[in-house]
Design a protein around this ligand. Structure first.
Ligand SMILES: NC(=O)c1ccc[n+]([C@@H]2O[C@H](COP(=O)([O-])OP(=O)(O)OC[C@H]3O[C@@H](n4cnc5c(N)ncnc54)[C@H](O)[C@@H]3O)[C@@H](O)[C@H]2O)c1
Length: 412
C-alpha cells in the first residue's frame, strides 16, 4: 500500500481551484501536477497548490507526460465537458504506453449525453482503471449527517422516507462554454441537475444498500428560458460572455425541474423532486434539500449559514465572491459560508476518493454511477421535449441528444 497519493489535475479553472483548496483538509495526498492547454494557467494553479501547502505541484506539457510520471498516482479530471472524451482517451493512451495510475476521478457531469458517458466508462474499463465520479453534494457534512440520523432514528422506527427534494440555484455560470449547449451538452439541466438527481437518490437509499435497491420507473420534466432570453439580459450576456453566446439565436434553458418516481426493492413508491436554475437571484449559490418520511423530515439550505454580516449603504466596496460563491450583493444582511470547500462537500469527497484509490477499493461513486445520472438527465430532456411523463428508461435514450445540445432548441 502506498502511503500517499500524488494527484495530477487536468484543467486549471474554477473547479480545480476549489478542489485544491479542499485538499488542505485531506491527509495522505499531495497535489503534484497540473495540465491545462493554457500553460500559464497551469503554472498559476500549480503555484496555488504550493501556496496552500497541499503539494509541490508543477505544470506538465501534456496529459501523457503527467500519466507517465511515477510521481502521479491519480488524476482529478476537471476540464470542460466538451473535452471529456478527448481527455480520457489521452489518459488511456498514456496507460497503454506504460504509465500507471491508481485511479481517475472525474467531475460531474461524466459527459454530455448517454452515448458519451458510456464511452467514458468503457474506455476506463478497457485499461482496468479504478474510477471515481465526483459529486460533492453527497459529501456535504449536513447531507451525510442528516441522512445518517433520519435513517437511524425516523426510518428505523416508522418506515423509510418517501419524498426527497433537492435544488441547486444561482444566477448563471462564470465561463462562456457553460452557456453554449453544443459545448456543455445542454443548459442548466445538464450542468446542475446532476447534483440534485444524485442527492435525492442518495437520501432515499438506505445507508449500506446498493444503488439498485431503488429503481427509477417514471420521470416527468419541464425546462424553460425564464431570464436570459429577455432582450435586455440576452444583450448583457453576450456583452459579458462574447459573441458566441447569443441567447436571441441559440438559447439554452435557465430553469429545469423533474419529478422522478422510484420503486424500492421492498415495493414502496418513492418520489424525488429536483429543481435547478441559472435565473435565481439571492445572496449567491443556494444548495438545498429535504427528506420526508411518515413521522419525520430534514431540511438543508446553504444560505441559512451560521454567519451573517451586515454592511450599511455607506459600505460600497467592489463586487466579489468573498462572502459566498456566485455572490450577487455586497451590502445589506448577507450570509457568509465560512468554509465553502468543506460546506459544499469537496473536502470529504476528496478524502473518500483518495482513501479508495490508495487502498485499491471501489469508491462510493464510479463512472458507472455517472452513466446512471446521465440516463436520468437525458430522460428528463426527453420528457420536457415530449411534454409528458415517460416510463423509465424511455425508448431511444441511449442515442438521445437534446435539441439544446444541437443549438436548435426553441423555448415555448
Ligand atoms: N462539483 C461542482 O459543483 C462543480 C462546480 C464547477 C464546475 N464543475 C465541473 O468541473 C468541470 C470544470 O469546470 P470549471 O468551472 O473549472 O470550468 P472553467 O472554465 O473555469 O475551467 C476549465 C478548465 O479546463 C481547461 N481546459 C480548456 N480546454 C481543455 C481541454 N481541451 N482539456 C482539458 N482542459 C481544458 C481550461 O483551461 C480551464 O482551466 C466541468 O465539467 C464542470 O461541470 C463542477
Amino acid at each position: 500500500m502506498t502511503d500517499r497519493l500524488g494527484i495530477g489535475f487536468i484543467g486549471s479553472g474554477f473547479n480545480a481551484r476549489f478542489h485544491i483548496q479542499a485538499f488542505t483538509g485531506v491527509r495522505d495526498a499531495d497535489v503534484r501536477g497540473v495540465w491545462s492547454p493554457n500553460a500559464k494557467h497551469a503554472g498559476a494553479t500549480a503555484a496555488l497548490a504550493k501556496q496552500h501547502e497541499v503539494g509541490d505541484a508543477r505544470a506538465y506539457r501534456s496529459i501523457g507526460e503527467m500519466v507517465a510520471d511515477p510521481a502521479i498516482d491519480a488524476i482529478w479530471l476537471c476540464g470542460p465537458n466538451h473535452a471529456r472524451i478527448d481527455n480520457i482517451q489521452e489518459i488511456v493512451a498514456g496507460l497503454r504506453a506504460g504509465g500507471t495510475l491508481k485511479g481517475v476521478a472525474c467531475e460531474k457531469p461524466l459527459a454530455r449525453n448517454v452515448a458519451e458517458a458510456r464511452m467514458a466508462a468503457r474506455l476506463a474499463a478497457s485499461v482496468g482503471l479504478n474510477t471515481g465520479y465526483l459529486e460533492n453534494q453527497l459529501f456535504a457534512p449536513e447531507v451525510t449527517r442528516g441522512r445518517e440520523l433520519v435513517w437511524a432514528r425516523g426510518a428505523a422506527l416508522t418506515g423509510r422516507p418517501y419524498l426527497a427534494r433537492a435544488a441547486e440555484e444561482h444566477s448563471g455560470p462564470h465561463m462562456p462554454w457553460f452557456w453554449q449547449g453544443t459545448l456543455q451538452g445542454g443548459g442548466v439541466l445538464n450542468d446542475m441537475m446532476c447534483h440534485s438527481v444524485e442527492v435525492v437518490r442518495h437520501l432515499l437509499t438506505k445507508p449500506g444498500a446498493e444503488r439498485s435497491s431503488i429503481r427509477p420507473v417514471r420521470i416527468s420534466a419541464h425546462i424553460a428560458a425564464l431570464k436570459w432570453t429577455r432582450p435586455v439580459y440576452a444583450r448583457r450576456l453576450s456583452a459579458a460572455m462574447g459573441k458566441d453566446v447569443d441567447y436571441r439565436k441559440h438559447p439554452a434553458e435557465d430553469f429545469a425541474r423533474a419529478t422522478i418516481e422510484y420503486e424500492s426493492d421492498d415495493g414502496e413508491r418513492l418520489v424525488g423532486e429536483v429543481t435547478t436554475s441559472w435565473s435565481f437571484v439571492g445572496a449567491g449559490l443556494r444548495l438545498s434539500a429535504e427528506l420526508l418520511g411518515p413521522e419525520y423530515s430534514m431540511s438543508w439550505n446553504t444560505l441559512d449559514s451560521g454567519l451573517k454580516l451586515f454592511f450599511s449603504r455607506e459600505v460600497s466596496g467592489k463586487a466579489g465572491e468573498d462572502l459566498v460563491e456566485k455572490q450577487n450583493a455586497e451590502t445589506g444582511m448577507m450570509p457568509v459560508v465560512a468554509e465553502e470547500a468543506a460546506a459544499y462537500g469537496y473536502e470529504a469527497e476528496n478524502r473518500h476518493f483518495v482513501r479508495c484509490f490508495i487502498r485499491g477499493e471501489k469508491p462510493m461513486l464510479t463512472f458507472e454511477d455517472g452513466v446512471e445520472v446521465m440516463r436520468i438527465l437525458m430522460a428528463a430532456y426527453m420528457s420536457a421535449a415530449k411534454r409528458r411523463t415517460l416510463d423509465f428508461p424511455p425508448r431511444g435514450l441511449e442515442s438521445f441528444v437534446p435539441d439544446v445540445a444541437r443549438g436548435k432548441w426553441k423555448p415555448r
